[in-house]
Write a protein that binds this ligand. Structure first.
Ligand SMILES: [Zn+2]
Ligand SMILES: [Zn+2]
Length: 475
């Protein structure tokens, strides 16, 4: 049992004592000598709903040399996340098609565990691998078969896995990890199948997550930096073209489209206008677009290579503005693990993307809150309550828990073993005042590809609680 004395509730400002009954056996882990038992003076710490990230790549099956469900889930818990959405660019792709060809990369991992689809494999990951992952997760299905962009996936192949469909026929794992969204992330949905995909999105009742960027050539943002490096550039309108195309489609069809990792001023302007019109559009940006511009390529090399690319300083400023004025609905990491060997292949060959889960809060807090752009409370909304809602979950309501289970005169005590629905208590303990240095060697992710190593940041998740039980501590 762990008691946190004098902790502050994130939205009401009330100071309480929090009692966490026990660690989640088999799921719990901690940083070195962090405590998980006894009493801690939590004066100045904040209790908030757990972070949620609707945009992570865990590389399992198929590329577990980069990351696995086990290491990805540990990275999430250590970053304060209680819930993530797995993107479908696994190998084989998460497209609902049966895996039959044993020669196909990654197929043996699925078939060897007795499954014939990536969906079944991921839904039963815990039992098949005899592990207990310290994060909740849902699945995102491909928009196109093999994520190849030529043929829309077949709703009949994966309809059964949607929440609310044939619930009585499903086991616990299937109910816990439903398909909740559709995306071809890594690529935008191709023009040839866009109408088919939108029809399928509507029929499924889900929403489309769009990687809103397309370019045929180029490796980094087009501009003075790309010219200095002698690397072919990606023009800024490669993003707006997809954003504008899809805004028209949202208008035409009424389908909810969520834009991933928006990075340019011109795209934010278009999204701002579309939202003002009441169109069913939401969007996210990632920590790197608000913290870095393409100048970072000169300092960090390919550790600053991603897709969409880091843009100009003016675009970075526009990103912060779009966060401050509410155009950006939420922050997602696009956690994209690669090995350092892969990242060392040079600007043309190195794969796109960086890992993000374990320093997202610190980086965003440093830039956005210390920078005076948003409040601590708003940052928690952008990383916890807003993404939870997009993903179809109710964020933990700490105040309601206190009303039913809070005991004591004056400073109330919240004993998580006494709350009415302990399974809803997904929480994070934050030190909004912590100043710390990002050290990738101490990440729980298997990957190290981040430009933020050595950065001095502020704000740190100290403990992660899922279903009323402690899954991670660095207290
Ligand atoms: Zn993407
Ligand atoms: Zn992505």
């Amino acid at each position: 049992m762990l008691t946190l004395r004098n902790i502050t509730v994130w939205d009401t400002g009330e100071t309480i004592d929090l009692v966490i009954p026990e660690t989640d056996e088999g799921r719990f882990f901690r940083d070195e000598d962090a405590v998980f038992d006894g009493e801690v003076d939590a004066t100045g710490l904040t209790l908030a709903p757990g972070f949620a990230d609707p945009h992570v790549h865990f590389r399992d099956p198929g590329q577990t040399y980069k990351e696995s469900m086990v290491s990805g889930a540990a990275a999430a818990a250590s970053g304060g996340y209680t819930n993530v959405l797995i993107m479908p660019n696994t190998v084989p792709a998460l497209d609902g098609v049966k895996v039959t060809d044993r020669e196909q990369s990654g197929a043996e991992e699925v078939l060897g565990k007795g499954f014939d689809s990536v969906i079944d494999f991921l839904q039963h990951y815990d039992s098949a691998h005899d592990v207990n992952l310290p994060v909740r997760y849902d699945l995102c299905v491909c928009a196109s078969k093999g994520r190849a962009g030529h043929e829309a996936t077949d709703l009949a192949d994966w309809h059964w896995y949607i929440r609310g469909v044939a619930e009585g026929e499903k086991d616990r794992s299937q109910l816990d990890h439903p398909i909740t969204a559709i995306s071809d992330d890594g690529s935008a949905v191709t023009p040839e199948i866009l109408d088919d995909v939108l029809r399928m999105v509507r029929e499924s009742g889900l929403y489309l997550i769009e990687h809103c960027e397309h370019h045929d050539t180029g490796a980094v943002n087009d501009g003075p930096v790309s010219r200095k490096l002698g690397v072919p550039g990606i023009p800024e309108d490669t993003e707006l073209k997809i954003v504008a195309r899809d805004i028209e489609k949202a208008r035409e069809t009424g389908v909810h489209i969520h834009f991933q990792h928006v990075s340019t001023a011109i795209s934010f302007d278009a999204i701002r206008k579309a939202k003002a019109e009441g169109l069913p559009i939401t969007c996210e940006t990632a920590p790197h677009y608000l913290a870095l511009s393409d100048e970072a390529l000169l300092e960090y090399g390919t550790l600053a290579k991603m897709n969409p690319p880091l843009r100009s300083e003016a675009d970075r400023q526009a990103t912060i503005e779009a966060i401050a004025d509410g155009t950006v609905d939420l922050l997602a990491t696009d956690h994209a693990p690669h090995t350092l060997e892969e990242k060392e292949r040079g600007f043309l060959e190195a794969p796109n993307g960086i890992i993000g889960l374990e320093c997202a809060y610190g980086v965003c807090h440093k830039v956005l809150v210390d920078g005076g752009h948003i409040s601590d409370k708003r940052l928690i909304e952008l990383m916890a309550t807003e993404p939870q809602r997009l993903m179809g979950h109710d964020p933990a309501d700490i105040d309601a828990m206190l009303d039913t289970a809070g005991a004591g005169e004056g400073r109330r005590m919240l004993d998580l073993s006494a709350v009415e629905h302990p399974e809803t208590a997904d929480l994070v303990v934050l030190d909004t005042n912590a100043a710390w240095k990002v050290d990738p060697e101490r990440f729980h992710s298997q990957a190290r590809n981040t430009p933020f190593g050595g950065w001095d940041v502020t704000g740190r998740p100290l403990a992660t609680i899922i279903g009323s039980r402690l899954v991670f501590s660095r207290l």
